[in-house]
Write a protein that binds this ligand. Structure first.
Ligand code: ADP
Length: 384
Protein backbone atom coordinates (compact mmCIF):
# COMPACT_ATOMS: atom_id res chain seq x y z
CA UNK A 1 0.00 0.00 0.00
CA UNK A 2 1.18 3.54 -0.66
CA UNK A 3 2.23 5.87 2.10
CA UNK A 4 -0.63 6.12 4.63
CA UNK A 5 -1.54 9.72 3.92
CA UNK A 6 -1.88 9.15 0.18
CA UNK A 7 -5.34 8.98 -1.38
CA UNK A 8 -6.19 6.76 -4.30
CA UNK A 9 -8.84 7.91 -6.75
CA UNK A 10 -8.46 5.64 -9.78
CA UNK A 11 -7.60 1.96 -10.04
CA UNK A 12 -7.14 0.01 -13.26
CA UNK A 13 -6.61 -3.71 -13.43
CA UNK A 14 -5.57 -5.95 -16.30
CA UNK A 15 -6.32 -9.57 -15.42
CA UNK A 16 -4.58 -11.99 -17.77
CA UNK A 17 -4.16 -15.76 -17.87
CA UNK A 18 -1.10 -15.67 -15.59
CA UNK A 19 -0.93 -12.29 -13.86
CA UNK A 20 -3.25 -9.55 -12.64
CA UNK A 21 -1.60 -6.16 -13.16
CA UNK A 22 -2.77 -3.22 -11.07
CA UNK A 23 -2.14 0.45 -11.72
CA UNK A 24 -3.46 3.14 -9.38
CA UNK A 25 -3.13 6.84 -8.98
CA UNK A 26 -2.36 8.31 -5.58
CA UNK A 27 -1.73 11.81 -4.30
CA UNK A 28 -0.96 13.25 -0.90
CA UNK A 29 -4.22 14.01 0.97
CA UNK A 30 -3.49 17.57 1.96
CA UNK A 31 -1.16 18.51 -0.79
CA UNK A 32 -1.89 21.74 -2.64
CA UNK A 33 0.33 20.66 -5.52
CA UNK A 34 -1.45 19.22 -8.54
CA UNK A 35 -0.57 15.73 -9.72
CA UNK A 36 0.39 12.60 -7.89
CA UNK A 37 1.95 9.28 -8.74
CA UNK A 38 1.16 6.11 -10.63
CA UNK A 39 1.76 2.91 -8.69
CA UNK A 40 2.31 -0.54 -10.18
CA UNK A 41 1.62 -3.89 -8.54
CA UNK A 42 1.04 -7.41 -9.83
CA UNK A 43 -0.42 -10.62 -8.45
CA UNK A 44 -0.73 -14.11 -9.82
CA UNK A 45 -4.19 -14.49 -11.34
CA UNK A 46 -4.51 -17.63 -9.21
CA UNK A 47 -4.28 -15.34 -6.18
CA UNK A 48 -6.95 -12.96 -7.40
CA UNK A 49 -8.45 -12.86 -3.89
CA UNK A 50 -5.26 -11.24 -2.54
CA UNK A 51 -5.44 -8.74 -5.34
CA UNK A 52 -9.07 -7.89 -4.59
CA UNK A 53 -8.26 -7.55 -0.89
CA UNK A 54 -5.51 -5.10 -1.79
CA UNK A 55 -8.00 -3.12 -3.91
CA UNK A 56 -10.52 -3.15 -1.08
CA UNK A 57 -7.94 -1.54 1.20
CA UNK A 58 -7.31 1.15 -1.40
CA UNK A 59 -11.03 1.78 -1.54
CA UNK A 60 -11.33 2.10 2.25
CA UNK A 61 -8.53 4.63 2.17
CA UNK A 62 -10.45 6.53 -0.50
CA UNK A 63 -13.67 6.50 1.51
CA UNK A 64 -11.97 7.68 4.65
CA UNK A 65 -10.41 10.58 2.80
CA UNK A 66 -13.71 11.60 1.20
CA UNK A 67 -15.88 11.19 4.31
CA UNK A 68 -18.70 8.67 4.70
CA UNK A 69 -21.26 10.86 2.96
CA UNK A 70 -19.26 11.58 -0.11
CA UNK A 71 -21.56 12.10 -3.07
CA UNK A 72 -21.80 9.25 -5.60
CA UNK A 73 -19.99 11.38 -8.17
CA UNK A 74 -16.84 10.97 -6.15
CA UNK A 75 -17.05 7.18 -6.16
CA UNK A 76 -13.78 5.39 -6.61
CA UNK A 77 -13.29 4.69 -10.28
CA UNK A 78 -12.31 1.10 -11.16
CA UNK A 79 -11.41 0.09 -14.72
CA UNK A 80 -10.78 -3.51 -15.74
CA UNK A 81 -9.43 -5.17 -18.83
CA UNK A 82 -8.05 -8.58 -19.90
CA UNK A 83 -9.97 -11.86 -19.86
CA UNK A 84 -10.34 -11.67 -16.09
CA UNK A 85 -12.39 -8.47 -16.43
CA UNK A 86 -15.10 -10.83 -17.71
CA UNK A 87 -14.31 -13.95 -15.74
CA UNK A 88 -14.16 -12.13 -12.40
CA UNK A 89 -16.56 -9.26 -13.18
CA UNK A 90 -19.21 -10.17 -10.59
CA UNK A 91 -16.61 -10.99 -7.98
CA UNK A 92 -14.80 -7.65 -8.32
CA UNK A 93 -18.05 -5.72 -8.05
CA UNK A 94 -19.14 -7.74 -5.07
CA UNK A 95 -15.87 -7.42 -3.13
CA UNK A 96 -15.35 -3.73 -3.88
CA UNK A 97 -18.99 -2.66 -3.89
CA UNK A 98 -18.38 -0.30 -6.79
CA UNK A 99 -19.21 -0.32 -10.45
CA UNK A 100 -16.50 -1.68 -12.72
CA UNK A 101 -15.90 -0.29 -16.20
CA UNK A 102 -14.69 -2.88 -18.67
CA UNK A 103 -12.35 -2.00 -21.49
CA UNK A 104 -11.18 -3.84 -24.58
CA UNK A 105 -7.85 -5.57 -23.97
CA UNK A 106 -6.09 -4.88 -27.30
CA UNK A 107 -7.21 -1.27 -27.34
CA UNK A 108 -5.87 -0.80 -23.82
CA UNK A 109 -2.53 -2.32 -24.83
CA UNK A 110 -1.93 0.22 -27.56
CA UNK A 111 -3.29 3.17 -25.59
CA UNK A 112 -0.86 2.22 -22.83
CA UNK A 113 2.02 1.81 -25.25
CA UNK A 114 1.26 5.09 -27.06
CA UNK A 115 1.30 6.84 -23.71
CA UNK A 116 4.67 5.36 -22.78
CA UNK A 117 6.16 6.14 -26.19
CA UNK A 118 4.84 9.69 -26.46
CA UNK A 119 4.75 10.98 -22.92
CA UNK A 120 7.23 9.25 -20.66
CA UNK A 121 10.93 10.03 -20.74
CA UNK A 122 13.38 7.22 -19.93
CA UNK A 123 10.75 4.55 -20.59
CA UNK A 124 11.44 3.15 -24.06
CA UNK A 125 14.87 1.71 -24.82
CA UNK A 126 16.83 -0.37 -27.28
CA UNK A 127 19.02 -3.21 -26.13
CA UNK A 128 22.14 -4.94 -27.36
CA UNK A 129 25.03 -6.67 -25.66
CA UNK A 130 27.42 -3.88 -26.64
CA UNK A 131 24.97 -1.10 -25.75
CA UNK A 132 22.55 -2.22 -23.07
CA UNK A 133 19.55 0.02 -22.37
CA UNK A 134 19.82 3.03 -24.65
CA UNK A 135 16.81 5.22 -23.88
CA UNK A 136 14.81 6.61 -26.79
CA UNK A 137 13.15 9.90 -25.97
CA UNK A 138 9.60 10.71 -27.08
CA UNK A 139 9.58 11.96 -30.66
CA UNK A 140 7.62 12.20 -33.91
CA UNK A 141 7.03 9.55 -36.56
CA UNK A 142 5.83 6.91 -34.17
CA UNK A 143 3.45 5.14 -36.57
CA UNK A 144 3.15 2.62 -38.02
CA UNK A 145 4.67 0.03 -35.70
CA UNK A 146 4.38 -3.57 -34.64
CA UNK A 147 3.55 -4.42 -31.02
CA UNK A 148 4.55 -7.89 -29.90
CA UNK A 149 2.90 -8.58 -26.59
CA UNK A 150 4.43 -11.58 -24.83
CA UNK A 151 2.16 -12.62 -22.01
CA UNK A 152 0.96 -16.18 -21.38
CA UNK A 153 0.54 -16.36 -25.15
CA UNK A 154 1.78 -13.92 -27.78
CA UNK A 155 -0.15 -11.35 -29.86
CA UNK A 156 1.17 -9.39 -32.83
CA UNK A 157 -0.58 -6.06 -33.38
CA UNK A 158 -0.11 -3.74 -36.29
CA UNK A 159 -0.65 -0.16 -35.10
CA UNK A 160 -1.22 2.45 -37.82
CA UNK A 161 -2.22 5.46 -35.73
CA UNK A 162 -3.68 6.42 -32.35
CA UNK A 163 -6.30 3.76 -31.52
CA UNK A 164 -5.94 2.33 -35.01
CA UNK A 165 -4.79 -1.26 -34.86
CA UNK A 166 -5.26 -4.79 -36.12
CA UNK A 167 -4.25 -8.09 -34.52
CA UNK A 168 -2.27 -9.68 -37.33
CA UNK A 169 -1.09 -12.86 -35.64
CA UNK A 170 -0.30 -14.81 -32.53
CA UNK A 171 1.44 -17.87 -31.16
CA UNK A 172 0.64 -20.04 -28.17
CA UNK A 173 4.36 -20.59 -27.55
CA UNK A 174 4.81 -17.73 -25.10
CA UNK A 175 5.51 -16.85 -21.49
CA UNK A 176 3.11 -19.46 -20.16
CA UNK A 177 5.01 -22.10 -22.11
CA UNK A 178 8.34 -21.21 -20.49
CA UNK A 179 6.74 -20.95 -17.06
CA UNK A 180 4.94 -24.27 -17.43
CA UNK A 181 7.66 -26.35 -19.04
CA UNK A 182 10.39 -25.15 -16.69
CA UNK A 183 8.21 -26.00 -13.71
CA UNK A 184 8.15 -29.56 -15.05
CA UNK A 185 11.79 -29.76 -16.07
CA UNK A 186 13.59 -27.94 -13.24
CA UNK A 187 13.20 -27.51 -9.49
CA UNK A 188 12.36 -23.82 -9.87
CA UNK A 189 9.23 -22.70 -8.08
CA UNK A 190 8.83 -19.15 -9.36
CA UNK A 191 9.27 -17.41 -12.67
CA UNK A 192 12.12 -15.31 -11.29
CA UNK A 193 13.95 -18.44 -10.14
CA UNK A 194 13.63 -19.74 -13.69
CA UNK A 195 15.13 -16.54 -15.06
CA UNK A 196 17.97 -16.79 -12.52
CA UNK A 197 18.66 -20.34 -13.64
CA UNK A 198 18.60 -19.30 -17.29
CA UNK A 199 21.10 -16.53 -16.68
CA UNK A 200 23.57 -19.07 -15.28
CA UNK A 201 23.07 -21.89 -17.76
CA UNK A 202 24.98 -23.01 -20.82
CA UNK A 203 22.59 -24.02 -23.56
CA UNK A 204 25.28 -25.80 -25.59
CA UNK A 205 25.00 -28.75 -23.18
CA UNK A 206 21.44 -29.26 -24.33
CA UNK A 207 21.09 -27.65 -27.75
CA UNK A 208 22.52 -29.07 -30.95
CA UNK A 209 24.67 -26.33 -32.46
CA UNK A 210 25.77 -25.88 -36.04
CA UNK A 211 29.30 -26.70 -34.83
CA UNK A 212 28.08 -30.04 -33.42
CA UNK A 213 26.90 -31.04 -36.88
CA UNK A 214 29.56 -29.46 -39.09
CA UNK A 215 32.47 -29.48 -36.69
CA UNK A 216 32.91 -25.86 -37.79
CA UNK A 217 30.70 -22.98 -38.92
CA UNK A 218 28.59 -23.04 -42.09
CA UNK A 219 29.78 -19.70 -43.40
CA UNK A 220 28.26 -20.09 -46.85
CA UNK A 221 24.74 -19.56 -45.53
CA UNK A 222 25.78 -17.30 -42.66
CA UNK A 223 25.59 -19.75 -39.79
CA UNK A 224 28.14 -19.48 -37.01
CA UNK A 225 29.28 -22.67 -35.28
CA UNK A 226 27.49 -21.45 -32.15
CA UNK A 227 24.13 -20.99 -33.92
CA UNK A 228 21.48 -23.25 -32.44
CA UNK A 229 20.51 -25.81 -35.08
CA UNK A 230 18.10 -27.71 -32.85
CA UNK A 231 16.84 -26.65 -29.44
CA UNK A 232 17.18 -29.60 -27.03
CA UNK A 233 18.64 -31.50 -30.00
CA UNK A 234 21.45 -33.06 -27.96
CA UNK A 235 19.30 -34.40 -25.18
CA UNK A 236 18.26 -37.75 -26.59
CA UNK A 237 21.75 -38.80 -27.64
CA UNK A 238 23.39 -37.64 -24.43
CA UNK A 239 20.78 -39.33 -22.33
CA UNK A 240 21.15 -42.62 -24.18
CA UNK A 241 24.93 -42.39 -23.97
CA UNK A 242 24.77 -41.83 -20.22
CA UNK A 243 22.42 -44.77 -19.80
CA UNK A 244 24.73 -47.03 -21.79
CA UNK A 245 27.72 -45.94 -19.76
CA UNK A 246 25.85 -46.63 -16.55
CA UNK A 247 24.92 -50.07 -17.84
CA UNK A 248 28.52 -50.85 -18.89
CA UNK A 249 29.86 -49.87 -15.51
CA UNK A 250 27.50 -52.30 -13.81
CA UNK A 251 24.91 -49.73 -12.82
CA UNK A 252 21.28 -49.84 -13.70
CA UNK A 253 20.58 -50.40 -17.38
CA UNK A 254 18.02 -48.54 -19.42
CA UNK A 255 15.33 -51.13 -18.79
CA UNK A 256 15.96 -51.27 -15.06
CA UNK A 257 16.02 -47.49 -14.81
CA UNK A 258 12.74 -47.27 -16.62
CA UNK A 259 11.19 -49.89 -14.36
CA UNK A 260 12.61 -48.25 -11.26
CA UNK A 261 11.19 -44.89 -12.30
CA UNK A 262 7.81 -46.38 -13.00
CA UNK A 263 7.72 -47.97 -9.56
CA UNK A 264 8.82 -44.78 -7.87
CA UNK A 265 6.26 -42.74 -9.73
CA UNK A 266 3.48 -45.05 -8.68
CA UNK A 267 4.44 -45.17 -5.04
CA UNK A 268 5.54 -41.62 -4.28
CA UNK A 269 3.01 -40.32 -1.74
CA UNK A 270 0.44 -42.34 -3.57
CA UNK A 271 0.45 -39.58 -6.16
CA UNK A 272 1.24 -40.33 -9.75
CA UNK A 273 4.31 -38.42 -10.90
CA UNK A 274 4.52 -38.00 -14.63
CA UNK A 275 7.68 -39.61 -16.02
CA UNK A 276 8.87 -36.22 -17.24
CA UNK A 277 9.49 -35.17 -13.65
CA UNK A 278 12.77 -36.24 -12.22
CA UNK A 279 12.08 -37.90 -8.90
CA UNK A 280 15.50 -36.90 -7.64
CA UNK A 281 14.77 -33.23 -7.94
CA UNK A 282 13.82 -31.35 -4.85
CA UNK A 283 11.18 -28.80 -5.75
CA UNK A 284 11.88 -26.96 -2.49
CA UNK A 285 15.46 -26.29 -3.45
CA UNK A 286 15.90 -24.98 -6.94
CA UNK A 287 19.38 -25.75 -8.16
CA UNK A 288 20.95 -22.52 -9.28
CA UNK A 289 24.07 -23.97 -10.80
CA UNK A 290 26.00 -27.08 -11.58
CA UNK A 291 23.14 -29.40 -10.84
CA UNK A 292 23.66 -32.96 -11.96
CA UNK A 293 20.88 -35.36 -11.20
CA UNK A 294 21.74 -38.49 -9.26
CA UNK A 295 20.04 -40.39 -12.05
CA UNK A 296 22.82 -41.14 -14.57
CA UNK A 297 20.34 -41.01 -17.41
CA UNK A 298 19.76 -37.30 -16.80
CA UNK A 299 23.06 -35.51 -17.08
CA UNK A 300 21.42 -32.12 -17.57
CA UNK A 301 21.40 -29.15 -15.28
CA UNK A 302 18.33 -27.07 -14.53
CA UNK A 303 20.29 -23.98 -15.50
CA UNK A 304 21.21 -25.35 -18.95
CA UNK A 305 17.64 -26.49 -19.59
CA UNK A 306 16.28 -23.08 -18.56
CA UNK A 307 18.71 -21.22 -20.79
CA UNK A 308 17.90 -23.47 -23.73
CA UNK A 309 14.14 -23.10 -23.41
CA UNK A 310 14.38 -19.34 -22.90
CA UNK A 311 16.37 -19.13 -26.13
CA UNK A 312 13.96 -21.43 -27.98
CA UNK A 313 10.89 -19.39 -27.06
CA UNK A 314 12.56 -15.99 -27.57
CA UNK A 315 14.16 -16.91 -30.89
CA UNK A 316 10.87 -18.23 -32.16
CA UNK A 317 9.02 -15.05 -31.19
CA UNK A 318 11.82 -12.91 -32.66
CA UNK A 319 11.59 -14.76 -35.96
CA UNK A 320 7.78 -14.45 -36.17
CA UNK A 321 8.03 -10.77 -35.19
CA UNK A 322 10.46 -10.16 -38.02
CA UNK A 323 8.24 -11.97 -40.54
CA UNK A 324 5.15 -10.03 -39.40
CA UNK A 325 7.06 -6.78 -39.69
CA UNK A 326 8.09 -7.76 -43.24
CA UNK A 327 4.56 -8.69 -44.30
CA UNK A 328 3.20 -5.39 -42.99
CA UNK A 329 6.19 -3.17 -43.87
CA UNK A 330 6.89 -2.06 -40.31
CA UNK A 331 10.35 -1.14 -39.13
CA UNK A 332 9.68 -0.31 -35.47
CA UNK A 333 8.95 -3.31 -33.30
CA UNK A 334 7.92 -2.85 -29.65
CA UNK A 335 8.06 -5.80 -27.27
CA UNK A 336 5.72 -5.76 -24.27
CA UNK A 337 4.28 -8.26 -21.78
CA UNK A 338 5.51 -9.58 -18.44
CA UNK A 339 7.49 -12.40 -20.07
CA UNK A 340 10.35 -9.98 -20.79
CA UNK A 341 10.68 -8.81 -17.22
CA UNK A 342 13.81 -6.80 -18.03
CA UNK A 343 15.76 -10.04 -18.49
CA UNK A 344 18.92 -9.34 -20.46
CA UNK A 345 19.11 -12.64 -22.36
CA UNK A 346 15.50 -12.39 -23.42
CA UNK A 347 15.94 -8.83 -24.69
CA UNK A 348 19.24 -9.63 -26.31
CA UNK A 349 17.77 -12.62 -28.15
CA UNK A 350 14.73 -10.70 -29.41
CA UNK A 351 16.81 -7.69 -30.36
CA UNK A 352 19.46 -9.78 -32.09
CA UNK A 353 16.83 -11.72 -34.04
CA UNK A 354 15.31 -8.50 -35.40
CA UNK A 355 18.69 -7.01 -36.26
CA UNK A 356 19.99 -10.22 -37.82
CA UNK A 357 16.99 -11.04 -40.01
CA UNK A 358 16.40 -7.45 -41.11
CA UNK A 359 20.13 -6.93 -41.75
CA UNK A 360 19.99 -3.96 -39.42
CA UNK A 361 17.01 -2.28 -41.12
CA UNK A 362 14.56 -2.81 -38.25
CA UNK A 363 14.78 -1.97 -34.58
CA UNK A 364 13.44 -3.72 -31.47
CA UNK A 365 12.25 -1.52 -28.59
CA UNK A 366 11.59 -2.44 -24.98
CA UNK A 367 9.87 -0.70 -22.07
CA UNK A 368 10.62 -0.34 -18.40
CA UNK A 369 6.98 -1.04 -17.54
CA UNK A 370 6.55 -3.70 -20.21
CA UNK A 371 4.00 -5.71 -18.22
CA UNK A 372 1.65 -2.78 -17.57
CA UNK A 373 0.65 -1.61 -21.06
CA UNK A 374 -2.93 -2.91 -20.76
CA UNK A 375 -3.45 -1.69 -17.21
CA UNK A 376 -2.13 1.78 -18.03
CA UNK A 377 -4.31 1.87 -21.16
CA UNK A 378 -7.43 1.03 -19.14
CA UNK A 379 -6.44 3.65 -16.60
CA UNK A 380 -6.07 6.35 -19.26
CA UNK A 381 -9.32 5.58 -21.07
CA UNK A 382 -11.37 6.95 -18.21
CA UNK A 383 -9.22 9.82 -17.13
CA UNK A 384 -11.28 12.95 -16.58
P1 ADP B 1 -1.12 -12.45 -19.13
O1 ADP B 1 -1.87 -11.16 -19.35
O2 ADP B 1 -1.44 -13.50 -20.12
O3 ADP B 1 -1.18 -12.93 -17.72
P2 ADP B 1 1.48 -11.18 -18.81
O4 ADP B 1 1.88 -10.09 -19.75
O5 ADP B 1 1.10 -10.79 -17.44
O6 ADP B 1 0.39 -12.08 -19.50
O7 ADP B 1 2.69 -12.20 -18.77
C1 ADP B 1 2.58 -13.44 -18.11
C2 ADP B 1 3.90 -14.16 -18.26
O8 ADP B 1 4.92 -13.38 -17.64
C3 ADP B 1 3.97 -15.50 -17.59
O9 ADP B 1 3.45 -16.52 -18.41
C4 ADP B 1 5.46 -15.64 -17.34
O10 ADP B 1 6.11 -16.06 -18.51
C5 ADP B 1 5.90 -14.21 -17.08
N1 ADP B 1 6.03 -13.79 -15.66
C6 ADP B 1 6.67 -12.68 -15.24
N2 ADP B 1 6.63 -12.55 -13.92
C7 ADP B 1 5.95 -13.60 -13.44
C8 ADP B 1 5.56 -14.03 -12.13
N3 ADP B 1 5.90 -13.35 -11.04
N4 ADP B 1 4.83 -15.14 -12.03
C9 ADP B 1 4.48 -15.80 -13.13
N5 ADP B 1 4.83 -15.46 -14.38
C10 ADP B 1 5.55 -14.37 -14.56
Amino acid sequence: LPNHTAVVSHIAIDIGGSLAKLVYFSREAHSTEPGGRLNFQSFETDHIDDCLEFMRKLKRRYQRANGANSPPASELCVMATGGGAYKFYDKIREVLGVDVLREDEMECLIIGLDFFINEIPREVFTYSEEQPMQFVEPGDNVYPYLLVNIGSGVSFLKVSGPREYERVGGTSLGGGTLWGLLSLLTGARTFDEMLDLASQGDNSNVDMLVGDIYGTDYGKIGLKSTTIASSFGKVFRKKRQAENEAEDSGGLGQKELHLQRQQQSQTQNGVHTPPLLDEDMEPQEPQLSGFVSKDPSRPFSSADISRSLLYAISNNIGQIAYLQSQIHSLSHIYFGGSFIRGHTQTMNTLSYAIKFWSKGAKQAYFLRHEGYLGAVGAFLKRQP
